[in-house]
Design a protein around this ligand. Structure first.
Ligand code: ASP
Ligand code: MG
Length: 413
């Protein structure tokens, strides 16, 4: 039987008992004859604990030292899981990202994987071992330890599955699959049997935390069959693939929300000479990801540009802007926090005009003000005050016909 790459998230390896359960599942797969490469995250919230310790020492610690610190989390879980496998008579070996040949760009905190030299993994598989690889980490050309960004273990798993031409990549997590909305916010949310890469990519980018967006991008690019499923049950999960099964012909497949949105407005930029490219190149050079952009000219020479960034990037964005104020030539910068982004996603939207209008009407009926809008072929997003997030998501979930009668079951924490 073929090779399967499995990934177990923080909750799934969050305690010794849970690590034991993961080991048992792996042994069952081995007994069924599969070769396995297993990617794990750090235990529970241990990455957050490490971040917190660093912040107690320095508000903005060195990014290199942060990577050095955070990669220890995964190293704990690969070693413990491998020991648990040994206890069960299962031959296994743990490898750090660099031992596994995960080569990344020379960026700290959010490096992209450039190449995987899978010779060591193949050699270990050849010896009949389960290979347990630390997710979220790699090594740069300069030999520095890097991390892929928070939640990056999913991307490690998909990249390994692509590199090893695995039969499939199973992402084991604390929910039963991909839901029509976050079940903690919408109790009537339902699990989708399947979803397309494009829809999943939108949902992941929109803050549906179940998969790291870059993992979905990589899965789409390399046509990796992805399955998202619970590590606490044997329930079938959600298949992420090229085209989702024809279902009920629904226009909207899911409602996503992201409560970490900050809005920045750059006031009085000279309106000529490649304003937008200068501004956004400057931000991109500092690895600040910009989301929604709105440009509004208020006279022929000056313009205001508003855009959103994740709340985590706000400080860096503001710092970058102020360091480059002279070169960019703007008057001043304003920013706003306490915002969220609510989005509807569905491949069926392409052929259905009026979906955005319906979304705006639903939000207006609830007296929710819309601050910014962005659309693509398969999604509409609105930035709204964060205090209305839950109401907005529930309203849209009902309005677009996604409610079911039974309550969704959420496992774990
Ligand atoms: N441990 C890392 C994090 O918490 C990576 C991951 O879990 O995917 O972000
Ligand atoms: Mg995750």
């Amino acid at each position: 039987m073929g090779l399967i790459v499995q990934k177990y998230g923080g909750t799934s390896v969050g305690s010794i008992e849970r690590i034991q359960r993961v080991a048992e599942r792996i042994v069952e797969y081995r007994q069924a004859g599969h070769d396995l490469v297993v990617v794990v995250s750090a235990m529970g919230k241990s990455t957050d604990v490490l971040v917190d310790m660093a912040k107690q020492i320095a508000p903005f610690p060195s990014e290199r030292e942060m990577d050095m610190l955070l990669t220890t989390g995964e190293q704990v879980s690969i070693a413990l899981l491998t020991m648990a496998l040994h206890q069960r008579g299962c031959d296994a070996i743990s490898l750090t990202g660099w031992q596994a040949g995960v080569h990344t760009e020379s960026v700290h905190g959010r490096a992209r994987i450039q190449e995987i030299d899978n010779r060591r993994i193949l050699a270990e598989l050849e010896k009949g071992r389960v290979v347990v690889v630390a997710g979220f980490q790699g090594i740069s050309r300069e030999g520095e330890i890097t991390t892929l960004g928070r939640g990056g273990s999913d991307t490690s798993a998909v990249a390994l599955a692509a590199s090893l031409k695995a039969e499939k990549c199973e992402i084991f997590t604390d929910v039963a699959g991909v839901f029509t909305a976050d079940p903690r916010v919408v109790p009537s949310a339902q699990k989708l049997p399947s979803i397309s890469y494009d829809e999943m990519l939108e949902l992941a980018n929109l803050g549906a935390g179940v998969l790291h967006p870059r993992s979905v991008e990589a899965a789409k690019k390399y046509k990796v069959d992805l399955v998202v499923r619970s590590s606490f049950t044997n329930e079938e999960g959600t298949y992420v693939k090229e085209v989702a099964d024809m279902e009920t012909g629904r226009v909207v497949s899911g409602v996503a929300h992201d409560e970490d949105v900050a809005k920045i407005t750059v006031i009085g930029m000279p309106a000529s000479g490649g304003t937008l490219s200068k501004l956004f190149n400057t931000l991109a050079a500092q690895q600040v990801n910009v989301d929604i952009i709105i440009q509004g000219s208020y006279d022929s020479e000056l313009t205001n540009i508003s855009f959103t960034v994740s709340a985590d990037d706000l400080h860096k964005a503001l710092e970058t802007l102020s360091a480059n104020q002279a070169a960019l030539g703007f008057e001043r910068v304003e920013h706003e926090t306490g915002l969220s982004k609510v989005s509807i996603v569905g491949a069926g939207m392409i052929n259905n005009p009026g979906v955005a209008a319906e979304m705006f009407r639903q939000l207006a009926d609830q007296d929710i003000s819309i601050k910014m809008v962005s659309t693509s072929d398969i999604k509409v997003s609105c930035v709204i005050p964060a205090e209305h997030t839950g109401l907005a998501v529930r309203t849209l979930h009902t309005a677009f016909g996604l409610d079911v009668k039974e309550q969704a079951v959420v496992h774990g924490s």
